[in-house]
Design a binder for this molecule. Structure first.
Ligand code: PXP
Length: 255
């Protein structure tokens, strides 16, 4: 038998599918079609390792009832994205999802524009996440690739950080290649730095088929959360094939 090459195997890179924008399309007509829970079940069948849903304060896409139904039917972990408010904490404690991801939220923004400012709000956030951890949720903090924020996330007791890939993806989309490469390098360094502190590293926001591979190739990254692009791509090739192609690109980058 030929000897196997002596290459260290990278750990499986999980893919979390964000279904918020199935709810966006449903809510455009105010009815119950298309149902994001049906999309979540399909995503599970297509190989998603988790489902991510963001219950926004203004309920513009995912609703309380969606979270309730996702908690009931999913067989893969639910990653519940939420702002650090008392209302959201109470909902998370009621459902006890596998993971909560704390994100900044501004009513006027179209999407989560930046990472959470942890360093200037450490005391409040430490008290905010403690009951979530005690309830058994893995607490993730969505932050920019910034050493100050990573150190602060570690200090407040987060188990996971999710690095915001938006600046990298925007630079790519706008053809600012030097900026893109600088953002990617920042992500690479900060993934390594966070991993060195013992944090689990996730990444997401704005990722597409064109931008996923370099991020998927960082050995410290354990999970990517991807939504908008895949829900858009599903219009053209269907949800399951869209996810399968993303999975393929991630696996290819990981070898
Ligand atoms: N991760 C987090 C923390 C997010 O807030 C979002 C967007 O809701 C995503 C990942 C997915 O981003 P996108 O929809 O751009 O793929």
């Amino acid at each position: 038998m030929p000897a196997l090459p002596n290459v260290p195997l990278m750990e499986h890179l999980r893919l979390g599918i964000n279904i918020d924008h199935v709810a966006t399309v449903r809510n455009a007509r105010g009815g119950d079609y298309p149902d994001p829970i049906r999309a979540a079940r399909l995503a599970e069948e297509a190989g998603a390792d988790g489902i991510t849903a963001h219950l926004r304060e203004d309920r513009r896409h995912i609703t309380d009832d969606d979270i309730e139904r996702l908690s009931d039917v999913l067989s893969v972990p639910l990653n519940f994205e939420m702002a650090a408010t008392d209302e959201m904490q109470a909902i998370a404690l009621r459902h006890r999802p596998h993971a909560v991801c704390i994100v900044p939220e501004k009513r006027e923004e179209r999407t989560t524009e930046g990472g959470l400012e942890v360093a200037q709000d450490e005391n409040r956030l430490a008290h905010f996440i403690a009951p979530l951890r005690d309830a058994g949720c893995r607490v993730s903090i969505f932050i920019a690739a910034d050493q100050r924020q990573i150190v602060a996330a570690n200090r407040i007791g987060a188990q996971v950080i999710e690095l915001h890939t938006g600046a990298y993806c925007d630079a790519h989309a706008e053809g600012r290649l030097e900026d893109r490469d600088a953002e990617l390098e920042r992500l690479r360094q900060m993934a390594g730095f966070a991993h060195g502190l013992g944090l689990e590293v996730h990444a997401g926001h704005g990722l597409t088929y064109d931008t996923v591979a370099p991020v998927a190739a960082f050995p410290e990254v354990r999970e990517l959360n991807i939504g908008h692009f895949l829900i858009g791509e599903a219009i053209f090739r269907g949800l399951a094939p869209s996810i399968a192609e993303m999975r393929r690109l991630m696996d290819e980058a990981r070898v």
